[in-house]
Design a binder for this molecule. Structure first.
Ligand code: ADP
Length: 202
């Protein structure tokens, strides 16, 4: 989206990311979970958040349905609206990361270019793309919200994986096969990565 404002300058606010990281024991970062509906994004986000919170981290989940109730309630599921949905979420996630939080985002985010754009908002290394991957047949079998059943009956147009495309990440920082790993193992894998990359250092 083009900017409508002119004569806007960026104000420095006196605190650096390093100041916040030192106090928190971790850097601010965006952990971007992408994958089909039912692949396990929300479940993994909740488990990872619980583990990080337990360790005393500043952590927050941005979740698809919740954001669509508020900030993005004016948006639908057309390609243009999905793009705008992800653009706004990327900007909000960036602000939270600037505030020093580890942000877990849980959105299908089916288009590669939209995820790549969210990545450009963060410093290299502070955006961690995680492909939450289970075969469509497994996701459909789980169908935690009954959405696949509705989509197969034609009751939900433009449903990702059925009647709308999903573009898998080409080079995600991590891939989690949720048909092979437990929820606990999945969260563990994320924590290991955060420690290995010194996003988390306490
Ligand atoms: P999404 O947020 O991607 O739409 P959900 O987290 O809402 O998916 O649903 C995933 C379903 O799969 C849940 O019912 C969860 O209990 C189940 N599940 C089974 N194994 C895993 C796993 N390893 N990781 C995450 N979810 C899993």
């Amino acid at each position: 989206m083009n900017s409508k404002s002119t004569n806007i300058t960026w104000h420095e606010t006196g605190l650096t990311p390093e100041d916040r990281a030192k106090r928190n024991g971790h850097r601010g970062a965006v952990i971007w979970l992408t994958g089909l509906s039912g692949s396990g994004k929300s479940t993994i986000a909740v488990e990872t958040q619980a583990r990080l919170f337990e360790m005393g981290c500043q952590v927050y989940i941005l979740d698809g349905d919740n954001i669509r109730h508020g900030l993005n309630k004016d948006l639908g599921f057309s390609p243009e609206d999905r793009e705008e949905n992800i653009r706004r979420i990327g900007e909000v996630a960036k602000l939270f990361a600037d505030a020093g939080l580890i942000v877990l985002t849980s959105f299908i985010s089916p288009y590669r270019k939209d995820r790549d754009r969210a990545r450009t908002l963060l410093n290299p290394g502070d955006f961690v793309e995680i492909y939450v991957n289970a075969p469509l047949s497994v996701c459909e079998e789980r169908d935690p919200k009954g959405l696949y059943q509705k989509a197969r009956k034609g009751e939900i147009p433009e449903f990702t994986g059925i009647s709308a495309p999903y573009e898998p990440p080409l080079k995600p920082e991590l891939e989690i096969r949720t048909d092979r790993l437990s929820v606990e193992e999945s969260a563990e894998k994320i924590l290991d990565y955060l420690k290995q990359k010194r996003i988390l250092f306490k």
